[in-house]
Design a binder for this molecule. Sequence first.
Ligand code: TMP
Length: 215
Amino acid sequence: MTRGRFITFEGGEGAGKSTQVRRLVARLQNEGLDVVQTREPGGSPGAEAIRNLVLKGEADRWSPVTETLLMYGARRDHIERTIQPALARGAWVICDRFADSTRAYQGGAGGVEPALISALEAHVLDEVRPDLTLVFDLPVGIGLARAESFANSEGHAETRFESKGVAFHERLRAAFLAIAKAEPNRCALIDASGSMDEVEGQVWTTVSDRLVVHG
Ligand code: TMP
């Protein structure tokens, strides 16, 4: 049995990642693949409990270093209980956010030392690295407006991160762009400003160009 493939979706708020995760999962299942759809923070019962702690409350409830440690606690549980077992049985794992979100939100935008984040990556990820990362890029104003209208239409309050202000989100966008530029073999930039169908087309072209897709 060959190891499955691990694809992560990354980017700022309101980029439409979650819709595109669902669409990609459906297309891969159509190809006959065993596919696991998951997300961070979360993706296992323990990590979902940490998600509730970290995303709710006042914007300054946790310092960026504490957030980093909570994200890595959640990530380790998710890796051990969901991601590794799925990859080991040959499934494709499609994950809405992963380690790049910590680099961008807590590191680039939040100011946590890159050395702390690199050390956590080295010790905690345990060789679990994405085969492909799709970095959704969108001007900050459009992303925040989309995230706000989604929160209103769904009747839930914005998360702690959506309420952090435009300067934070500009640093965040720059951090994701820098990651994509630094690791072009793993990362592909997706222009998320188009319609859902246009973005779905870009995602599918990228996945089928970079990975061999068949069941
Ligand atoms: P989402 O479900 O909209 O992606 O919300 C998850 C939030 O958590 C989002 O605002 C980004 C944030 N986050 C971090 O700050 N660091 C991380 O490592 C991860 C995975 C998410």
